[in-house]
Design a protein around this ligand. Structure first.
Ligand code: AMP
Length: 481
């Protein structure tokens, strides 16, 4: 355990304040290894699992190093999935909140023109999936001349998903004078080659596989025939009575069927898989994060990088066919120092997959028996009570942080030649308000949005009703979103 504090690193007050508000007391292991090297702007190859605080390990130095004054994107973060892109954007926004860092997420199946408009505004950090990023580069809607930092997140997954050529094409378009960080759970040859081809003497950091966290996650295995799986699942969930549980199936058809079966039996359940439209996927994840329902049935789409606090149980209804996938699935529980349980169902002909997994994680998973009838009966009443209980809605981390923030709408923007500094200059002069109370400013063609921090929103709103910006009195009200 590292005893270093964030304040021991050369980080600005704004970043330290955001970390403290996020509840990050000390750097995690990966952060204490990565931060000093990254802040010296050296290239890095990091082997580390998700759940180790990896996102902040690059998010903190990036937020620290980008220059607020520059309008064009300075950092590009590539992620394999759209969910991860959205989440990394949120993490960057949270870390960079007081420095007013603007991050944009660009990914497929979401309107191109809206992303184009967003990229036209001041944007410090762009997070995206390779296909859509390449699309923006080719259409000239993502400017690269000020790009200084590139992060390739979950590089091995990029390879698995067939994105590695697109990643290479993107790299070829970027300025050579840049810093590159690559993060990967494992380092397959193709990823390694890519690193050494395009990076400058990268510092190699390997964090022992803390994502597997043998001490924090209790791994167990149960033998079962396929036709008996559903009955076993009912018994297991009755006995375990989890607060929050992800159940993984191999295909989207199996997810659909299982979700329906559980729903019919009154489980608070929903599902996520690649066959659903993106909005629905985001909605389901948001509801699950907030605790609206307790059981999420999923394919591996949900296994990577997605950060949901306090998932107590992961059940592999179908054993994963790829060993890496076992680590990612089970890594959904036991996150950020909490404990969890990973239960895997295995049918008679799946021993081969189990051996590969065990060899990969370096230990044998304990076999347990199905719960006895008596045990299931004993736990039934408590289980049913929880099924009927209203969900206790968790507060989302960002919502907590946003509590003190009011977004103001102004009916003037670029067309009226208004710039961010004009808002800062005007608002900071209001009595009782300082520049520190101003958050992210977004100037669009005919309107603008300004975040007011520290609960000063109503004060600024009132004052701005009769205060001019650059000699113009603008209409102002609280923004709807
Ligand atoms: P990640 O590996 O980036 O998916 O992060 C896993 C979880 O750890 C996330 O919920 C982070 O918000 C949380 N986290 C990251 N850094 C810290 C820290 N220094 N202290 C406490 N929690 C952290």
């Amino acid at each position: 355990m590292s005893i270093k504090h964030f304040k021991d690193y050369p980080l600005s007050e704004e970043i330290l304040r955001a970390l403290s508000d996020l509840g990050y007391k000390n750097p995690t292991e990966v952060q204490s290894e990565v931060l000093p090297v990254a802040l010296e702007k050296k290239d890095l190859v990091v082997r580390s699992q998700t759940g180790s605080g990896k996102t902040a390990s690059f998010g903190i130095p990036i937020c620290e190093m980008v220059e607020w004054e520059e309008n064009k994107p300075q950092a590009l973060i590539l992620t394999p999935t759209r969910e991860l892109a959205a989440q990394v954007k949120e993490d960057i926004t949270n870390i960079g909140r007081f420095k007013r860092i603007k991050a944009a997420a660009v990914y497929g199946k979401s309107p191109f023109h809206r992303q184009k408009l967003e990229l036209k505004q001041k944007t410090h950090v762009v997070v995206g999936t390779p296909g859509r990023v390449l699309d923006h580069i080719e259409k000239g809607t993502l400017t690269l001349d000020c790009l200084k930092y590139l992060v390739i997140d979950e590089a091995d997954e990029m390879l698995n998903m067939g994105f590695i050529d697109q990643v290479e094409s993107i790299i070829q378009e970027l300025p050579k004078d840049r810093v590159t960080f690559t993060f990967s759970a494992t380092l397959p040859e193709d990823v390694e080659n890519l690193c050494y081809k395009y990076m400058k003497a990268p510092v190699d950091i390997e964090i022992e596989a803390t994502g597997i966290t043998t001490d924090k996650i209790d791994h167990v295995l149960i033998e079962v025939k396929d036709e008996a799986k559903f009955s076993l699942l009912k018994d297991m969930t009755t006995v375990e009575n989890p607060d929050s549980c992800i159940i993984f199936c191999r295909t989207k058809e199996r997810v659909d069927t299982l979700c329906e079966q559980l729903d019919e039996r009154g489980y608070p359940v929903d599902k996520i898989h690649g066959g659903m439209i993106q909005e629905a996927r985001f909605e389901v994840m948001d509801d699950f994060k907030r605790g609206e329902f307790r059981y999420l049935v999923a394919t591996d789409v949900a296994a990577r990088g997605i950060d949901v606090e306090s998932i107590s149980h992961v059940i592999n209804y179908d054993i994963p066919l790829e060993k890496e996938s076992y680590v990612h699935r089970t890594g959904r529980t036991g996150r950020a120092g909490q404990s969890g349980k990973a239960i895997t169902f295995i049918t008679p002909f799946e021993e081969k997959f189990l051996h590969e997994i065990e060899e990969y994680i370096g230990f044998a998973i304990a076999k347990i028996h199905s719960p006895s009838k008596e045990k299931v009966l004993e736990k039934k009443a408590e289980f049913e009570r929880k099924l009927d209980a209203n969900p206790s809605i968790k507060k989302d981390k960002s919502t907590e942080l946003n509590k003190e923030i009011m977004k103001l709408y102004f009916n003037g923007g670029k067309k009226k030649k208004i710039r961010a500094v004009d808002f800062v200059g005007t608002i900071a002069k209001i009595e009782g308000v300082s520049a520190d109370d101003i958050g992210i400013i977004s100037i669009q063609e005919i309107h603008s949005y300004v975040d007011i921090l520290n609960g000063k929103g109503p004060l600024v709103l009132n004052a701005m009703k009769h205060t001019t910006v650059k000699g113009k009195l603008l209409k102002v009200h609280e923004a709807k979103k």
